[in-house]
Design a protein around this ligand. Structure first.
Ligand SMILES: *Cc1c(COP(=O)(O)O)cnc(C)c1O
Length: 405
């Protein structure tokens, strides 16, 4: 048996903790929006590593940044700062409402920092009674115990013993439900400015604006979790810019590193000052390798060409999916924004999103699901139009097979 043959999907079941159920396909290399597996089968990537690979696979700017930083310095810890971290922080500050940056390694860690900061700010400024956190049903904020409890699916946070307290959940796009919960004891409202894992649900302008106003009335911080929506995904650098609603704290990860693990929490100087020396930290956060790659990703995405390109490609996707649906009638709605798109299955196909994903994979197309009944697409922001056309053609073949069966 060759070494490659013994490194296979069966080995996963032997040596990995069983919390994931990965595909039998093991990709070994990628270029742009194409990926090849161990057997040289080729796939088009509409999944983007779950909205992470914003510039596809092995983008020259990212490879260059990684190679060049890898020959300079890899890691220092936060006992010292480093040039890539400082440059990236300056760019985040220049491009957004924020004045201060905290680096982490993932979305969950960025949110953990945001939640701890909100609680500490409230304690310092308003005293010990202001601890309530309002989040939303179906929301997703990561898998640490604090963030998963703030997330709106009890199934993910149940079964681990006592949960962090004083966290309540309102209904997304229902301002009355926020009004019913919010009070001067609320320290923060945490929301995604488009629910990703929860089903590709866009907020209405009135809802986002209304939440901002309620936060202002009750001296609560508005935290936007832009881990999935940030860095160009919706066609703006950050989704808050398109909504015209500015949060007090914003978290960003996934696409920030274009495939290299990094996250950040960004905020104002006034709020940031409550994370005093020693109150929070991370060994790897702001690591030079991660920041060098993220800086290159940020520079590449934060251009009119790429951001306008996202809007143009959104139209290609939606037109193509609507055309497929006109023939096969499997979707009740094509929704989402930019290159975060959800195809909602009709009643006849409820609970079968995974079947569509598997059928697409068999045709050479990588896609995602968002819950049991929505097929999700989160491709590279610079995916070639020809790859979109070919990927949609493959998807149509998969849909045709399922619709016939
Ligand atoms: C993916 C995601 C997270 C968690 O990010 P990790 O890097 O997996 O910790 C948090 N919030 C949102 C909105 C996400 O989509």
């Amino acid at each position: 048996m060759t070494e490659q043959n013994s490194v296979n999907r069966e080995l996963f079941d032997q040596v990995m903790v069983p919390n994931y159920a990965p595909s039998s396909v093991i990709p070994v290399r990628g270029k742009g929006s194409r990926v090849w597996d161990q057997n040289e089968n080729e796939y088009i990537d509409f999944a983007g590593g779950i909205a992470v690979n914003c510039l596809g696979h092995c983008h020259p700017a990212l490879v260059g940044a990684l190679q060049s930083q890898s020959e300079k310095i890899w890691h220092l810890s936060n006992v010292m700062t480093n040039e890539p971290a400082l440059r990236l922080a300056k760019k985040l500050v220049d491009a957004t409402f924020a004045e201060k940056v905290y680096f982490a390694n993932s979305g969950a860690e960025s949110n953990e920092a945001a939640l701890k900061l909100a609680r500490r700010w409230a304690l310092d400024v308003h005293g010990s009674n202001k601890t309530q956190i309002i989040a939303f049903k179906q929301g997703f904020h990561g898998r640490t115990f604090f963030t998963v409890t703030v997330g709106g699916q009890a199934a993910y946070s149940d079964g681990f013993g006592p949960k962090p307290g004083d966290i309540v959940h309102a209904e997304y796009n229902n301002l009355e439900s926020v009004k019913a919960l919010i009070s001067d004891k609320t320290c923060a409202v945490v929301m995604e400015p488009l629910q990703g894992e929860g089903g590709i649900v866009s907020p209405t302008q009135e809802f986002a604006q209304g939440v901002r106003e309620l936060c202002d009335q009750h001296n609560a911080l508005l935290v936007f979790d832009e881990v999935q929506t940030g860095v160009g995904r919706l066609g703006e650098l950050y989704a808050y810019m398109g909504l015209n609603v500015t949060p007090d704290i914003l978290t960003t990860a996934k696409a920030l590193g274009g495939g290299f693990p990094i996250g950040a929490m960004i905020t104002t100087t006034e709020i940031a000052k409550h994370l005093k020396i020693g109150t929070h930290g991370s060994t790897y956060g702001g690591n030079p390798l991660a920041c060098a790659v993220a800086e290159a990703a940020f520079d590449t995405v934060n251009t009119p060409e790429v951001l306008n390109g996202v809007k143009a490609k959104e139209k290609l996707f939606k037109d193509g999916l609507n055309a497929i649906n006109a023939k096969y009638k499997v979707f009740s709605e094509i929704r989402g924004q930019g290159l975060l798109i959800g195809a909602v299955l009709t009643d006849a196909y409820q609970g079968r999103a995974k079947d569509f994903l598997n059928a697409a994979m068999a045709e050479g197309l990588m896609s995602l699901v968002a819950g049991a009944s929505i097929v999700r697409f989160a491709p590279s922001l610079v995916i070639e139009d020809a790859d979109i056309a070919e990927g949609l053609a493959r998807f149509e073949k998969a849909v045709a097979k399922l619709a016939q069966a």
